[in-house]
Write a protein that binds this ligand. Sequence first.
Ligand code: HEM
Length: 502
Amino acid sequence: MELTDLLIIFSVLFFLCLWWRHLSKIRRGSKNQLPPGPPGWPLVGNLIQVILQRRHFIFIIRDLRKKYGPIFTMQMGQRTMVIVTSSQLIHEALVQRGPAFASRPPDSPIRLVFSVGKCAINSAEYGSLWRTLRRNFVTELITPTRVKQCSWIRKWAMEYHMKRIKNEASENGFIEVMSNCRLTICSILICLCFGAKISEERIKHIESILKDVMLITSPQLPDFLPILTPLFHRQMKEAKQLRKRQLDCLVPLIRNRKDFVQKGENPNSEMVDSLFGLEPNGRGQLGDEEIVTLCSEVISAGTDTSATTVEWALLHLVLNQEIQEKLYKEIVDCVGKDRLVEEEDVEKMVYLDAVVKETLRRHPPGHFLLSHAAIKDTELGGYAIPAGAYVEFYTAWVTEDPDLWSDAREFRPERFVDGDGVGVDVTGTRGVKMVPFGAGRRICPAWSLGMLHINLLLARMVHAFKWLPVPGAPPDPTETYAFTVVMKHPLKAIILPRSYVG
Ligand code: HEM
């Protein structure tokens, strides 16, 4: 390359930088423009800066919040992300102005393969498809009558869970908490969808496919710089192969159930039954592909979130035996030593509720909600929010905010009995102090079911066993990100039988 070529390239790059800085200044920071944010590089914005940090996005945002405050912009390649961190702005956007921020941004090409063109509750845009799918989900799974009708599933899964951890403890000397809880919750959700008690081996197979789906649909470089898409055609090929494996694994369950229902045996009693007859506006009757997507969504959305919460709760019970004893005493006062804890019992346990809420406050499974989008160009906090922007609610900050919580880093369930947690509304409707399930139109539709799974698992496990650290290997509370914020070194604990193990 000649010296003049180099000079030309450097001059072009130099003027591009100047132009970008000028553009960034006029686009960000002033009223009725995008919120301010870290200056970026031409074309790629903040993308390369984020990649070079080699830390997960949630940890980078935690630092940027200190500098840029309650609302700021990150330009990630072509994707404009507005990050909202303050309690007031989250409440304004999600609750006070209800539908304004209730949509979802476009799916990447790989995500579209798995969502069959956004035919999933979590990814559908705010509109009639989303409304039909969500209403059906709530009617089929979440109403009190349905929850009661399905209690046989939890009974079966819990019994199996307790036997499994007892065997694991006698074989290995300790329990691995997360893998056991994942398996149990996953089996409950599979059974809620298909009405079938399936083998542990098959549950593990479904679990691993859905984990791969979550991995492959996580944001990748071309999602931010679509110009690079042709270089990533191998990923698209892999995604299509994985989709085929997902269909091969779940379609037989759907077909079996369809045959069962067509024979007139027990129709309309499982979630999948309701999907056979559903005809969302503009889409016609749902086929196997859409049903696989909708059932996979239920299983994926409910497994890691709940299992992560049980793991963090048990970590604190292992580290703080006083809290564990207090919880054990409440359980025994309620059900005695030899009767099994039932679903109706956990509703009466005030301290259990406090332990679970404190866990969700201190360790929200997701530090962000799912990405939101405005239904049309609007404003928030005095800044412009274009309809195409990704609006990201960084809700983990709210539970660390010293203006809202005293000694926020401390794990203290008592705050929900007689402290700053009393009367906190976890749905965020009356104000945002902790919103582990989101708030407003897109709030997790299964939050009460998730709470039931967590409460029941925890109560059963603490009733039956005393949980202790493995001698010489104290638990390490370091966090890492794996779809939810989990323990980097999964919790291992030893268990001593206390009372009835069912
Ligand atoms: C501890 C347990 C759970 C937590 C912490 C949790 C949290 C969340 C969060 C933060 C969202 C996103 C809200 C938003 O974007 O504004 C969400 C959405 C969703 N969750 Fe959950 N969830 C839990 C359990 C479950 C369970 C058990 C299911 C299914 C049985 C489920 C199904 C869904 C669905 C379908 C959505 C999408 C809602 C929509 O876009 O309209 N979740 N959840």
